[in-house]
Design a protein around this ligand. Structure first.
Ligand SMILES: Nc1ncnc2c1ncn2[C@@H]1O[C@H](COP(=O)(O)OP(=O)(O)OP(=O)(O)O)[C@@H](O)[C@H]1O
Length: 291
């Protein structure tokens, strides 16, 4: 598989309009997402952030085709999403590799299912594994890999079938801080090389800023889009960028938006007065800074 150094993206337009999704439970309907609209342009890197339980995964799973909206529409390149498809690669926080297959066999699996010949799929898998720095591990089984490596294999596996869009749900949530930073750089590199559209869910504001062209901030449940923030930072980005005034300002702005929603998500029970009553020591900080 020949991978150009920079592939101009013309496909991979994700559009979510008037999106509502309610889960049926024995206690009645739980409205997870309400009236959400979002767009990912071809080749764009877009993140969704928001308080816990606001519906980020629900939205992402609907784009993947694992969940159907209660109302509204999800399209990729104007085609309605009707179920999972190889056009949409998905990476979860939990490593979902086949433990009985080697790294290369894991990556080749989707290609085999699509009828690609043995030698062709070996070349495709090797090319992508090389880009993710995994060439030396292609014959290893997942139980011999670190968490970061497993997740790199998961990303490569999702990319192997040549999807138009890559969907990632907290993919680095279980990794330590150092590994996380390296993974962010590897993902950025793969994204730029492949020219693919990415929709990325994270709790981590710095991660969202570092990776994204644009960030959607969701409200507390029922989640809707509260704000859309463009990240005007130049690329390539490196760790030093996090000290720049622009990065610091974005972090503060996004932090304020999320804190407001996190407090709402706590049912409005937690405010400055309530904390005084609970005698919680904030060590001089105000509540908004510590929650
Ligand atoms: N299968 C389900 N049945 C009922 N309710 C559900 C189901 N899945 C999710 N929910 C509820 O829907 C809401 C949105 O969940 P979702 O997992 O999409 O949020 P999230 O923002 O991704 O959360 P987190 O950041 O904690 O992963 C939550 O209140 C959750 O409890």
């Amino acid at each position: 598989m020949a991978i150009p150094a920079t592939a101009p993206a013309r496909t991979g337009l994700i559009e979510v309009s008037d999106f509502n999704l309610a889960y049926d439970t024995i206690d009645g309907a739980v409205i997870a997402v309400s009236d959400a609209d979002l767009v990912v342009n071809p080749g764009e890197f877009v993140s969704i952030i928001g308080p816990s339980g606001c519906g980020k995964s629900t939205l992402l799973n609907a784009v993947a085709g694992f969940l159907k909206p209660t109302s509204g529409i999800v399209t990729v390149d104007k085609e309605p999403v009707k179920g999972p498809s190889a056009d949409r690669g998905m990476v979860f926080q939990q490593y979902s590799l086949f433990p009985w297959k080697t790294v290369r066999e894991n990556v080749e699996f989707g290609l085999k299912m699509r009828g690609m010949g043995k030698s062709e799929r070996a070349v495709a898998a090797r090319t992508l594994l090389g880009l993710a720095g995994l060439s030396a591990f292609e014959d290893h089984y997942p139980d011999r890999l670190s968490g970061g490596m497993k997740q790199r294999v998961g990303i490569v596996r999702a990319l192997a079938t040549g999807p138009k869009v890559l969907l990632l749900d907290e993919p680095f949530g279980a990794l330590d801080a150092q590994t996380r930073v390296i993974m962010q750089q590897i993902l950025t590199n793969l994204w730029q090389r492949l020219g693919i559209s990415v929709l990325f869910v994270t709790h981590d504001i710095d991660e969202a800023i570092f990776l994204s062209d644009r960030i959607y901030v969701m409200t507390a449940r029922p989640g809707t889009i509260k704000a859309e923030v463009t990240v005007p930072l130049p690329r390539p980005r490196d760790a030093a960028l996090q000290l720049s005034p622009e990065f610091v300002q974005l972090r503060a702005d996004l932090g304020a938006l999320i804190r407001e929603e996190s407090l709402k998500a706590m049912g409005g029970e937690l405010n400055e007065d309530a904390l005084k009553g609970l005698a919680v020591n904030l060590n001089g900080a105000n509540l908004a800074e510590v929650v």
